[in-house]
Design a protein around this ligand. Sequence first.
Ligand code: SF4
Length: 447
Amino acid sequence: MCGIFGITGTKDAAKLAYVGLFTLQHRGQESAGLVTDDGGTLRHHAGMGLVNEVFDNAVLAGLTGRSAIGHIRYSTTGSSHIKNAQPLVLNSCLGVVAVAHNGNLTNADALKAKLQKDGAIFQSSSDSEVILHLSARCPGRGLEDTLAKNLPKLAGAYAFLFMAPGLVIGARDPHGYRPLVLGRLGKSYLLASETCAIEVAGGKVLREVEPGEMVSIAGGKLRSRRFAKAKEFTRCIFEQVYFARPDSVVAGRSVQTARYEIGALLARELKSVKADIVSGVPDSGTVYALGYSEESWIPYQTVFMRNHYTGRSFIQPDQGLREFTARLKLAPIRDVIKGKTIILIDDSLVRGTTSRKIVASLKRSGAKKVIMAIASPAIISPCYFGIDTPNRKELIANKLSVEQIRRYIGADELHYLSLGSLVGACGSGKDRNFCVSCFTGKYLEAL
Ligand code: SF4
């Protein structure tokens, strides 16, 4: 889970890319970076932290140029270090090329080992650099041809943005695991992980980049070509469940609407469950709870206040501060909780440790009963496509039954949404094609 944003052909490229990245901040808070194309010179700035910590007016003023690509990082492959902050910029026989990547390449280690054996020197430990080294070893007539030749060698999930002097390219893997949308602002083209970033930057969404498609923008013109035959469209369903902002559209469906409907379907599946109030674990759980409330006629109440201003300094506190930090981020509203039977909805349950703390917090605040309802099925298998789920052993639903998990988290009841309801709510018509591998343990390709 990372965010990428690109814009071409405008004097405000860096500023609009900043707005795009700022809008995508929920997709990663570890590092941020921008590269601009100033008449053939690529200017680059990246740093650790939030977008508004990495860039100020002086830095943006130095990023002159009429095109920009940017990235915000949530590390999956490669450690949390400035050298892994993207976009990465590499100088090779292809000239200077920058790359921003969202996803995870499942054959990166094998490709990297082979490239290193052939003499390639990697700048970062991120898997994203592999495509640049592959392309440098096997150039075509230009960057587009080279990428078209080399992208099919990659396995796994990717949405890429590339920049070379006078050229911006967007590419999406043949399954379309990770999102990439195309937009227009006046004569400029925009590429982004989510529709909300295009709209907040003032643009209009045109369409998704198709699986196996590469779009190139040069001289104000857009060209599209296929570098691979589209396979079964398998967008990550967690975009709808958790990652995407509610004002984005995924698979032709508003994320807010999909989450509301998921909440309603959960209520239908749990129609025999009685409670005084329904609530959600903020932020994503709130919309599910509102949908549940409308369907079930159980009143919605906010039971937790989330503090959005804890920032990076609170993300990894030392051991002694952990408990304090949990309360600082999510504070119970005792008056609402006391004496109530509460249906509490969360988007997913991974290790169970967060749910256990949340249930304990409600009980300490005087809840009579806590009924935990999860707006997705049990996660039994890891993600190999760029989502930071733990390994199989750490996934609680891989080891324990629903009853054992209920006991572990300390809830009075525990319920999951069925896979059929989740998929049904997430897409419309032909667009109902999602990856659901972490719920089923079945993967489309050998890993
Ligand atoms: S395995 Fe799960 S988290 Fe990973 S891409 Fe598929 S649906 Fe998304």
